[in-house]
Ligand binder design. Structure first.
Ligand code: ADP
Ligand code: MG
Length: 406
């Protein structure tokens, strides 16, 4: 694999760094191919990265060639593959047939195996505990059933370091992500969207209770926030506001500059006085409609506990305010409603009033000032994101910041 090959892969993370060399550091035969590990070195001092690349005859395996099945069955038999160590969850019987790579692709690669399990491959081999696997295993242990059951996992283990390479979990047939489901009910029957928001509020509350249910587990603390933590929340929020201002030009820039003092005052109020009641625990970390699956029977399941991929692993595993998740979902509902207003004629404001009330009512008691400060921080993040990626959508988070700061 050449630097240019690696740089062009969707799952390659460090798009803004320039690759100096790509070296093969490991190759473990599996089925008709091999699991290959490539190490990329860069022209900066931020360290090298290792990527997992399954190959058959020098290219990515196609469906039906058997590499994914071989890996899933190896997990089922608890048979290691070179330095790849497998772990099988209780109750998982191997002997799968059929493999189908999902068309939707983000930072990872997901393959449906035997139409009953889904294999998620983590391409970037990051040393340390992967929160996706860690939280899935924890939730199984505390009996939280609204996430696909964990069937097993694979780690890549070298001297001194362990990195998650894959996770195998139950495949929910016929499920679509809740963003897609919400957009279709908003086009046909908005009241059903309000009911869905209520069910999501209930699910979110149960998820947070489950994550906080073993406070003696060192990896899953549940305790009051420290003064240091609330000060860090404020610093982080102010930084997002600064970045948002810096990402804009012209009239948009002037609009945000005009309300920046109100934004900062919100942060000062919420984070300055939050120390007393604010709590921290492990959270989902990247919570939005796209991280829920809506089953054909109307049930919902939470997936993808990796956290925000751009953040370092230690940061993604740190205890945080559960209200960050709540704020993330409220921002997602705002996106769904505003998009539906443009495209399907929904009256977004009255719908959002009802949907937010339903969501928050089902979630339970919250500190409203703290919640709106996290929403504001998230909307600032969205401004920078949209300014760079989708300028056509910039109006949406800009309007949100204006509403939330006023
Ligand atoms: P990523 O980290 O790449 O975002 P996700 O775990 O969020 O990966 O999964 C991406 C998509 O794969 C989901 O939106 C959904 O369409 C599908 N998917 C993931 N897990 C399952 C599952 N257990 N059952 C059915 N579909 C799934
Ligand atoms: Mg996802």
């Amino acid at each position: 694999m050449t630097p240019a090959d690696l740089a062009s892969q969707r799952w390659f993370r460090s798009k803004q760094r320039s690759i100096v060399a790509v070296t093969e550091v490991d190759r473990s035969p599996i089925g008709p191919g091999a699991l290959v590990v490539f190490e990329a070195s860069f022209d900066d001092d931020a360290g090298s990265e290792r990527y997992l690349v399954p190959l058959v005859g020098g290219r990515e395996p196609a469906d039906g060639e058997g590499v994914w099945i071989a890996l899933a069955n190896a997990i089922g038999r608890d048979a290691g593959i070179g330095r790849f160590v497998t772990r099988r969850a209780a109750g998982f019987e191997p002997d799968l047939a059929g493999e189908r790579r999902l068309a939707v692709e983000q930072s990872n690669t997901s393959v449906v195996v035997g139409e009953r399990l889904i294999l998620k491959l983590y391409r970037l081999l990051e040393p340390g505990e992967n929160p996706d696997v860690e939280i899935s295993a924890f939730l199984a242990g505390v009996g939280f059933a609204d996430t696909p059951a964990l069937a097993g996992s694979v780690t890549y283990e070298t001297l001194g370091a362990k990195a998650s390479a894959a996770m195998l979990q139950a495949y929910l047939p016929g499920a679509e992500d809740a963003w897609t489901a919400m957009r279709s009910v908003l086009a046909s029957d908005p009241q059903r969207g309000v009911e869905m928001a209520e069910r999501i509020g209930d699910l979110t509350a149960r998820l947070h209770r489950a994550l906080a249910s073993r406070p003696d587990d060192v990896a899953f603390p549940a305790r009051p926030a420290t003064v240091h933590e609330t000060a860090a929340w404020r610093a982080s929020a102010e930084w997002q506001a600064t970045l948002a201002v810096g990402s804009l030009r012209g009239a948009d820039h002037d609009r945000l500059v005009a309300i920046a003092p109100a934004v900062r005052a919100r942060f000062a109020d919420a984070f300055g006085s939050a120390t007393g009641d604010a709590v921290v625990s492990r959270i989902h970390g990247d919570y939005h409609l796209g991280q829920l699956l809506a089953r054909p029977d109307g049930g919902l399941a939470v997936i993808d506990f990796e956290g925000e991929p751009s953040r370092a692993l230690a940061e993604r595993r740190a205890p945080a305010s559960p209200l960050r998740d709540v704020a993330g979902m409220l921002r997602s509902l705002d996106y769904a409603a505003r998009a539906a207003e443009r495209e399907d004629g929904l009256a977004a404001d009255p719908w959002l009033l009802r949907a937010r009330a339903a969501y928050l009512g089902a979630y339970g008691d919250i500190d409203a000032a703290l919640l709106s400060a996290f929403e504001l921080e998230k909307a600032c993040y969205e401004i920078r994101y949209e300014a760079g990626m989708r300028p056509d959508w910039l109006w949406l988070p800009l309007a949100a910041v204006e509403r939330l700061a006023s």
